[in-house]
Ligand binder design. Structure first.
Ligand code: GLU
Length: 279
């Protein structure tokens, strides 16, 4: 069994990350947990945070194979996957800014805007533009209807073993059209997106089980769809419970007070951290 813990070095690891890493490590059993640094967002990623990740995880008693994969070294692989989807006729360049999308969605004939796992469902303004006219100001989107057409009526499925959604989930065309829509595969500033990068890397690293938080469960159909289009294997999925604060909200990077480093500075032990996250 090979699992992975895939933090972004954009802030300190907090209790939620500790739980995710410990869960991925334990679920790997006799296998291995890989650590992957998701640093495609170079404006927000910092070497100090990356160094702190290694330090906190080692302090928690975790170990992982080295060298670690860093997504900033993998841009050519993402480009290649993007080009393959483009060659299949499944992508188009999009020049819309957020304000354009909001304006299109608030038009009287547009109906109520839908917010899915990838934010506002794109109204399709640029659909039909050709990749030949793509410029540096364009994002690249997946044409969801065409992608589904290409896969035909038997859509792929994935197996989930997490507590909230355990079972086999077959992708649903209507849900993908209605609540996901034409997702961005390459942001204009990054040349890729979280969805594309994670799919390419989970396959490249031969991950057997994607272990991650429940907040990403809704994104999984996007990943499984991309795997099918790119001819990549679909791993098993385990979306674990989230660690919440006293008010029931999930922890975010800005919750520095719950940073592992802050608890360490106060003298907490790794066993204390395990207890705090309910292990
Ligand atoms: N990099 C993502 C995060 O920091 C996790 C991605 C994943 O596990 O698929 O939350």
């Amino acid at each position: 069994m090979r699992t992975r813990f895939a933090p972004s070095p954009t802030g300190p690891l907090h209790l939620g990350h500790a739980f995710a890493a410990l869960t991925a490590f334990e679920r790997a059993g006799d296998g291995e947990m890989l650590l992957r640094i998701e640093d495609i967002d170079s404006a927000r990623s910092r070497p100090e945070w990356e160094a702190q990740i290694y330090d906190d995880l080692a302090w928690l008693g975790l170990d992982w194979p080295r060298p670690v994969l860093r997504q900033s070294d993998r841009l050519a692989a993402y480009r290649d996957a993007l080009d393959r989807l483009g060659a299949m006729g499944l992508t188009y360049p999009c020049r819309c800014r957020r304000a354009d999308i909001r304006a299109a969605l608030s038009a009287p004939q547009a109906g109520a805007p839908v917010i899915g796992p990838d934010g506002l469902v794109y109204p399709g303004t640029c659909r039909g533009r050709s990749l030949a006219e793509a410029g540096p100001e364009d994002a690249i989107r997946l044409d969801m209807a065409r992608a589904l057409d290409r896969l035909g009526p038997a859509l792929p499925a994935f197996t989930e073993t997490g507590p909230a959604h355990a079972g086999r989930h077959v992708l649903e065309a209507q849900a993908l059209i209605g609540t996901v829509g034409d997702v961005v595969l390459a942001r204009r500033d990054l040349g890729t997106s979280y969805h594309l990068a994670v799919v390419v890397d989970d396959a490249f690293q031969e991950i057997g089980e994607v272990t991650r938080g429940e907040d990403l469960f809704e994104a999984t159909p996007i990943h499984v769809l991309l795997q099918a289009l790119l001819g990549l294997p679909t791993p098993a999925y385990h979306h674990h419970r989230l660690i919440l604060d006293e008010t029931g909200r999930r922890l975010a990077k800005r919750d520095d007070a719950r940073a592992i480093a802050a608890y360490r500075a106060e003298g907490a032990s790794p066993a204390d951290i395990r207890r705090m996250v309910g292990l």
